[in-house]
Design a protein around this ligand. Structure first.
Ligand code: SF4
Length: 301
């Protein structure tokens, strides 16, 4: 479990990392948790439009047409929502060993019990402030031996009510994405950066995410997916140590705890800006190619 540092106990390196994180949060518009009492409220009235993603590293490969399940349906997101996936400055918020894992690989038969043990160790977790307004902890869901694992940001209202990740509208879209990849939801594992719903679905704060992610890392170590999919900027930040912007992370295969990892948009963002669905489909095809998956054939009319 990663120990949290009180500000007065921070060493210079930790302080520098925290400073970089705060700078990153400022760029994303996340200022309320450290804004001074007398500072003016931060607004996103005029966000910079998101640049088109850079040419993908494997752009020369044939890209399948976007499946109907992921086809764009309605454009033009509100300004606040367009800022959700804004590129951000390169930062380093974690020790570099986040990408590594020295946990022994478990046999498939041992994994359900290992996940259960992690859940039991969490108990009625009150390790961070997100415990205060949650209804229940949303631990994770899916096949403990899955080759593909999705990681989102945190539970929303539906997830908080049902105790399962991705069960609302965003969850339905994620199900569609999984189906388009030729898999079923039961064949993958799904979890989040934080396991309790942030109030009003705000982005988890740094101390909340870093308090909770050790449990996620242990889940990853147990499941040992061949491929992780980071859904959105928050998942990418904490799984890849905040190395770079979402736009620059997309289109490449990264390393995380012994697994490969790709980055794509969060389904909730895709619901708000369906124009990005073809881009998300390109991202998923990277994972499919790595895993040797083929999109299911279209049903004949
Ligand atoms: S978000 Fe994670 S660390 Fe915080 S209370 Fe919930 S389970 Fe515990």
């Amino acid at each position: 479990m990663t120990a949290m540092h009180a500000p007065e106990a921070m060493d210079a390196e930790t302080r520098q990392q925290a400073h970089a994180l705060l700078e990153f949060c400022r760029e994303m518009g996340l200022t309320d948790f450290y804004r001074g009492k007398n500072d003016p409220p931060f607004t996103l009235d005029a966000p910079a439009p998101q640049a088109a993603p850079a040419a993908m590293a494997q752009a020369s490969q044939p890209i399948l047409a976007t499946p109907a399940l992921l086809a764009p349906t309605a454009p033009t997101p509100p300004a606040q929502e367009a800022a959700d996936e804004m590129p951000r400055k390169a930062t380093q918020i974690y020790p570099p060993n986040v990408a590594l894992s020295d946990a022994p690989a478990l046999a498939l038969a041992e994994r359900p019990a290992a996940l259960k043990a992690i859940r039991e160790e969490m108990g009625d977790c009150k390790r961070c402030a997100l415990c205060k307004e949650r209804n229940q902890i949303v631990f994770g869901d899916g096949d403990p031996g899955a080759e593909l694992m999705f990681v989102g940001e945190g539970p929303g209202a539906d997830e908080d009510e049902q105790g399962l990740p991705f069960v609302g509208r965003a969850g339905q879209l994620l199900n569609n994405m999984i189906t388009a990849m030729g898999l079923s939801r039961e064949q993958v594992y799904i979890a989040n950066i934080v396991k309790c719903r942030p109030p009003e679905n705000r982005v988890p704060e740094f101390d909340e995410a870093t308090t909770c992610t050790p449990f996620l890392f242990r889940q990853i170590d147990v499941v040992r997916p061949r491929m992780l999919v980071a859904l959105g900027a928050t998942a990418a930040t904490y799984l890849l140590a905040g190395k770079s912007s979402l736009a620059s992370l997309r289109g490449s295969i990264h390393d995380c705890r012994g697994s490969k990892l790709i980055v794509t948009y969060h389904p909730a963002y895709l619901l708000r800006d369906p124009r990005q669905k073809p881009e998300a489909w390109k991202d998923l095809q990277l994972a499919m190619k790595f895993l040797g998956l083929k999109a299911p054939a279209k049903p004949k009319a």
